[in-house]
Design a protein around this ligand. Sequence first.
Ligand SMILES: *[C@@H]1O[C@H](CO)[C@@H](O)[C@H](O)[C@H]1NC(C)=O
Ligand SMILES: *[C@@H]1O[C@H](CO)[C@@H](O)[C@H](O)[C@H]1NC(C)=O
Length: 213
Amino acid sequence: MAFPASLLTFLLPVLFSFPSALSTNSEGNALHALRTRLSDPTNVLQSWDPTLVNPCTWFHVTCDSNNHVVRLDLGNSNISGILGPELGELKHLQYLELYRNSIGGKIPEELGNLEKLISMDLYGNKFKGKIPNSFAKLKSLRFLRLSDNKLTGLIPRELTNLSNLKVFDVSGNDLCGTIPVDGPFGNFPMESFENNRLSGPELKGLVSYDFGC
Ligand SMILES: *[C@@H]1O[C@H](CO)[C@@H](O)[C@H](O)[C@H]1NC(C)=O
Ligand SMILES: *[C@@H]1O[C@H](CO)[C@@H](O)[C@H](O)[C@H]1NC(C)=O
């Protein structure tokens, strides 16, 4: 039986539009993968329906005019669980607001792929492990607040390269070593570093940063 030409002319545009529809929704897929990792007792993520063509109508998600996700606003949302690598797929994200929840586990190093990020607020959670070195790639970052978690290890020296950084707060963690003084770190107040195991500002020419770790 011959394949009807009319059916083919109908199907071809559908087939060719499919990959772009998929790539549009990759951000929705990433957010939905995040949802599966989180416990959400007060249903703040209830509107996150993965069958919609994009996540732009979901509560706590903001898109730009090209339907790319630019904000995730889930501060004070009673959520717990962990983050995963898929968050790094939100390439257009500018604001990642997850403060004052009970999210734990490690901060995924893939967050360093969010090169448009202006603000990352993870303070007031249960994050542990190290501050990822990959954050040195966040060249647009102006606000980085990681205070009141359970982070350990050194403050990565690479972060001194973040020339746009205006606010940096790691107070109330379990960090060790010395406090960087180069680049924007010359302007941050000591309160940004208190309640850790940090041993004070680094001394110029001192070879070892990991004093007390
Ligand atoms: C978080 O939980 C508290 C207590 O159950 C509730 O009052 C509050 O509305 C919740 N917040 C959100 C954003 O659902
Ligand atoms: C900082 O940036 C400079 C120039 O882009 C680069 O050569 C250097 O390796 C970076 N340093 C760190 C610690 O990332």
